[in-house]
Design a protein around this ligand. Structure first.
Ligand code: WTA
Length: 658
């Protein structure tokens, strides 16, 4: 198809709000047919608890069956199946040994091309050995273990091993800095850190152990042991007594480890994510409730079938890598692909090469990756055989129609449904997403809530907005099994953040949304100070705190502006001590501050642009005029009244006009 034809396609999408019904070929083989979907919705409407109880009995193996379904006696700390016992690792691995021991659980490819295929039996043995090794190092049920690893199978092994013995893991994305790692170790009160000598990324090495050493230089008093996977083989510092090589930890350990049966509500993991304050929050997930939504969404939304090869490109450092790499697909008995490196190494065909080579059938990635790869043109994907792909997915941010159409046309060859999945770290699993064999899709819409997910768009008073295309708060009106249980160590912040309105009845997602005339959901953006950079969540306050921690910075305000590939990019307005930096000095200062933020948080948080002024525009009551700053960052005309500003000149300075 020529470029011209594709741009007219895009126009028609915009004008006609085109619908894409599932192709007959896909629909005829899909797990969930129209009748099934209708029955699920009906059951959820008529008997909400019965609906979840049936699913929990069908999809989870219990060592002690539950009789309680939903316990709301301590709302909004809802509990599910809380008199039942089970183990997540047994559900992801042992459950399949009878009939799938020789099936591949994980197909791994390193950035340098090394390949490792791991069967369910081998995964079982690796997880058991490592779990025994953890126990030998004194790790017990309830202990917090930080995992700071590259995308390697051992990252999943470490997560599963923690789950097996009831330890609570918290994975920290390898792109986060030493400072961020230290904050998380301290907040979680972790006793162990599992890391690696490094990982291969972008042709270089990510120095994970070096960052870990830096993090442990001060504080982190609870931390006793560090386990280090040898991945790159380059030299790292090992501190005697504290640091242990992974191979020594598993040396001589048996390949059997009885899973520790835990209460359904036992915390499976903490995952830190950004919010409205300067401090990331430890989202706490349960065992059974989390796993339930993880499994059913792999079956319903990704239509995972026995012969599928599922590749979710997310890093295990994010929730997507938890639910659609480390837990959900395994619980569903699937085969997952893991890739260590960057999508453009050695060239922009790497993803498509992996799809061809490992015969990927279901592919799930973020719009930012699609946009980045789209820029390299159609030749890369066209030179690989993508004919096995039957389903595509996106997550993390709204997808623009142009990227959607490219994905549909060039990757999906106009045959594959695209599931645009809305959800959050806090919801644990897909909430609003099409069931691909049934629900017609519209580019840019995550379509309809899944059965049992009572999502809605409401006004300030919590009333459902019935008028089509009118924006409001995105809420979920009933508790669901995989929702976060609390913020680690901060119940009050949990209540204030997620249940601040509507008498605490509805879960407030923090997004605004609208529904169209067909009831389809369109996510409009965050209502809090959270920005989405390349599909990664960041709090503007976090970046502001990092900036003001620099000795020369007096005050900082951070906003975002749209970015072609990243979705959003950060623009920071900074006031320095002494003279306002200009010219070369401003350039140097900008570079220094970008690096500084990289060290404080991680590279993803580096501002795209920094502007200096003598002051920030504030209202009479002293509030920073963020709307004005956003307009300046976007180069828009200023429509706000600035006559009340103490120093009108700062607006000109921030615009670069003075
Ligand atoms: C945004 C990622 C539009 C949204 C799983 C949400 C989306 C935040 C979509 C959660 C989507 C996620 N369409 N926006 N399909 N999926 N978002 O916690 O703003 O990293 O609140 O979880 O990403 O980001 P998080």
């Amino acid at each position: 198809m020529s470029d011209k034809a594709s741009s007219s396609d895009i126009n028609s999408v915009l004008i006609e709000n085109r619908q894409f019904p599932p192709s007959g070929e896909f629909a005829s083989r899909a797990r969930i047919q129209a009748d099934d979907m209708a029955a699920l919705h009906r059951k959820a409407e008529e008997d909400y608890e019965g609906f979840w109880a049936d699913l929990a009995r069908e999809h989870i193996q219990w060592s002690k069956p539950f009789s309680n379904v939903l316990d709301d006696s301590n709302a909004p700390h809802y509990q599910w199946f809380n008199d039942g016992e089970m183990n997540v690792s047994a559900n992801c691995i042992d459950k399949h040994l009878a009939d799938k021991a020789g099936k591949h659980a994980i197909i791994f490819e390193g950035e340098q091309g090394d390949i490792q295929k791991i069967t369910y039996q081998q995964l079982h043995d690796m997880v058991c050995q490592f779990a025994n090794g953890l126990k030998a190092k004194g790790i017990k049920k309830g202990d917090r273990v930080i995992i700071y690893m590259p995308m390697a199978p051992e990252a999943v092994v470490a997560m599963q091993a923690c789950a097996r013995i009831g330890a609570i893991h918290s994975v920290v994305f390898g792109g986060f800095s030493a400072e961020s790692l230290r904050d998380r170790i301290e907040d979680a009160g972790a006793v162990m850190l599992i890391t690696a000598d490094g990982g291969h990324r972008g042709g270089g090495i990510v120095e994970l152990k070096q960052a870990a050493d830096k993090a442990l230089q001060s504080g982190c008093d609870t931390l006793k042991n560090v386990v280090v996977l040898k991945r790159t083989g380059h030299e790292v510092n090992m501190q005697a007594g504290r640091d242990h090589w992974w191979y020594d930890v598993i040396d001589g350990q048996p390949t059997e480890c009885e899973p520790e049966m835990v209460n359904a509500e036992h915390p499976l993991f903490l995952l830190y994510t950004s919010g409205s304050t300067g401090k990331p929050k430890g989202i706490q997930h349960s065992s059974a409730g989390y796993l339930l939504n993880a499994v059913i969404t792999n079956l319903w939304v990704f239509d995972l079938q026995d012969e599928d090869i599922f590749w979710c490109t997310a890093d295990v450092g994010w929730i997507t890598g938890h639910t659609y790499v480390a837990y959900g697909p395994l619980a569903a008995g699937g085969t997952v692909v893991m890739y260590e490196g960057a999508p453009v190494v050695p060239d922009a065909g790497r993803f498509w090469k992996i799809c061809e080579q490992h015969k990927v059938t279901v592919f799930y990635t973020a719009p930012t990756a699609i946009r980045a790869l789209m820029k390299f043109g159609d030749d890369f994907p066209n030179s690989y055989d993508l004919s096995r792909i039957r389903l595509l997915g996106t997550v993390g941010e709204p997808i623009n129609p142009e990227a959607w159409m490219w994905y549909h046309r060039v990757i999906g060859k106009e045959r594959c449904p695209i599931v645009d999945t809305w959800w959050q770290t806090e919801t644990g699993a897909n909430m609003i997403a099409p069931i691909p064999g049934v629900v017609a899709t519209k580019p840019g819409s995550c379509t309809l809530p899944l059965p049992g997910i009572m999502a809605d768009v409401v006004n300030e008073d919590g009333e459902s907005i019935t008028e089509a295309n009118t924006g409001g708060y995105l809420v979920i009106k009933k508790p669901f099994p995989s929702q976060l249980r609390t913020i680690w160590g901060d119940d009050q912040r949990f209540r204030d953040t997620y249940f601040p309105k509507f008498d605490g009845k509805y879960y407030l997602a923090g997004d605004s949304a609208r529904k169209d005339e067909d009831g389809y959901f369109w996510i409009m953006g965050r209502i809090d100070d959270v920005v989405n950079i390349s599909g990664h969540r960041l709090g503007t306050m976090e970046v502001e705190s990092a900036l003001v921690a620099h000795p020369r910075v007096v005050e900082a305000a951070v906003v975002s502006r749209p970015h072609e590939v990243k979705g959003e990019a950060i623009v920071a307005f900074v006031i320095c001590q002494g003279e306002r930096p200009t010219g070369d000095e401003a350039e140097q200062m900008e570079q220094e501050l970008r690096n500084w933020v990289g060290e404080q948080i991680g590279s993803i948080a580096k501002p795209e642009e920094i502007r200096f002024a003598d002051g920030l525009p504030k209202t009479r009551s002293g509030k920073i005029m963020r709307r004005l700053l956003r307009a300046i960052a976007r180069g828009e005309d200023i429509t706000q009244d600035t006559s009340t500003l103490e120093n009108e000149n700062v607006v000109l300075q921030l615009q670069g006009k003075a």
